[in-house]
Design a protein around this ligand. Structure first.
Ligand code: F0G
Length: 436
């Protein structure tokens, strides 16, 4: 059986060819997902194969995404030459006792997606989306982005000979990320609108000009992002943690995690499902609000999302139906954290010598609240996903540590764990005095 694109809406389930250029079901408008015939899969043999591939110099085996390609076989073998790999994935699991204590846990493990080639988890999905773009013979690719997606898409598109077109909310993207997009050669448009408005705009342009859309509505991005949890389980020797906690913006990543986990469970790679915890920024938390009553009232987009964690400043997340399904299937939870909580958690992660960008720190901030509320037990095994690199928002960091950081409503954020640089004269005696 060929892989298919299938409508995610359980009342529809319309099927489409895997090479159709579609982002939504043409019957009901629902989200699409890739579906496979996994009947030939032997979990224990594949676990061995995947371990052996870590020793190989073959680029596809070195990639922490394509090493696991049997679980997202949307490319026919003759199409694999379309894959562009920058050796994405291969991100570490890191223990952090100080962060564990802050989060109310005996132990915490971070999976740090900021170790990716362009600095975020987007690379796991982008290598897959870019491969599909090339396989379809697309020449131009586009995305709207709060930063990480644009840097990632620019890199993979340019590496693969595609023309990257990037649309960003003017003034709401970190300088480092914009710099990456420019350096990787993307044509970059700064639009006077927010993320949700620009996504609608880019969808119109993509349709009109035949440009391939590489936002997380693209089902192949989601397939690539499944590799984050596959690699995680491989690194944990297939011992399933009690919880996986991640930040939620457009909700593509939690959708990918849920799908990957369900597939691994069904195919016998793991013997249970972990619980998924999604944390949103309080000023940008439409999914949190929606799930408060178990998703019984209709989903309401937030018109004016606000947070300094710009990566998750999204009021109308496209993947909420998938995210809801994955939260329900894994008996998961949705939490929110305010600006002070995110900033302090971020400084704690930094003080562990690890560091991350603001949205990633929402995980630890959320965990702290969930342990205090007794939802996550102190002795639970918890893997928190740090989605992006500490260098994403250096300005935020400097302001926090010097006590100058302000929330979007202009209220001051306390430098609870501030670490100010000290101005000193060029005088060894004076400096020695200060040090001791
Ligand atoms: N963390 C980081 C560092 C991100 O860049 C994003 C999304 C998220 C978390 C949220 O992930 O959307 O799958 O729920 N950034 C997008 C971008 C929107 O344009 O780079 P999600």
């Amino acid at each position: 059986m060929q892989p298919d694109l299938v409508c995610f809406n359980p009342a529809c389930r319309a099927r489409f060819g895997i090479t159709e250029v579609l982002y939504n079901c043409t019957t009901c408008g629902g989200l699409l997902e890739a579906a496979y015939d996994f009947s030939g899969i032997n979990a224990s043999e594949l676990k061995t194969t995947w371990r052996e591939r870590r020793m190989s110099n073959d680029p596809l085996c070195q990639s922490g995404v394509w090493r696991y390609r049997e679980l997202f076989p949307f490319l026919a073998p003759e199409d694999e030459h379309n894959i562009i790999t920058l050796r994405e994935g291969n991100t570490p699991l890191l223990k952090a006792p100080r962060a564990a204590e802050y989060g109310g846990l005996a132990e915490i493990t971070f999976k740090h997606q900021g170790f990716n080639p362009t600095g975020s988890f987007k690379d796991n999905g982008m290598t897959a989306g870019a491969a599909q773009a090339r396989r379809l013979g697309m020449k131009r690719v586009a995305c709207v982005s709060t930063g990480n997606t644009s840097a990632s898409m620019a890199a993979y598109a340019s590496a693969g000979g595609l023309e990257p077109l990037i649309f960003i909310p003017n003034g709401n993207i970190s300088y480092g990320k914009l710099a990456q997009a420019l350096e990787y050669g993307a044509k970059t448009f700064q639009v006077e609108a927010n993320f949700d408005q620009i996504l609608a705009l880019v969808r119109v342009l993509a349709e009109r000009l035949g440009i391939y859309l590489l936002n997380s509505i693209n089902p192949f991005r989601i397939e690539g992002q499944k590799s984050i949890v596959i690699e995680m389980m491989d690194q944990l020797d297939w011992q399933v943690p009690d919880w996986i906690v991640l930040p939620g913006g457009n909700l593509g990543n939690v959708s990918a995690f849920g799908k990957g986990l369900r597939e691994m469970y069904k195919l016998g790679f793991i013997d249970r499902l972990p619980r998924l915890g999604v944390v949103q920024a309080a000023g940008s938390s439409p999914f949190y609000e929606y799930m408060l009553d178990g998703g019984k009232t209709p989903f309401h987009a937030q018109q004016h999302p606000e947070t300094l964690a710009t990566a998750i400043k999204i009021g109308d997340p496209v993947s909420w139906p998938k995210a809801q399904f994955e939260i329900e299937t894994t008996n998961g939870v949705v939490e929110r954290a305010d600006e002070q909580e995110i900033a302090d958690a971020k400084a704690v992660i930094g003080a562990c010598g690890i560091g991350c960008e603001p949205a990633s720190a929402a995980t630890l901030a959320g965990i702290r609240k969930l342990t205090a509320a007794g939802v996550i037990h102190r002795n639970a095994s918890v893997v928190a996903i740090l989605t992006g690199n500490v260098l994403k928002d250096p300005d935020y960091i400097y302001r926090y540590h010097t006590g100058e950081l302000k929330a979007p409503d202009n209220s001051p954020i306390r430098a609870t764990f501030g670490n100010k640089p000290v101005l000193v004269p060029n005088d060894a005696d004076r400096i020695a005095e200060l040090i001791s």
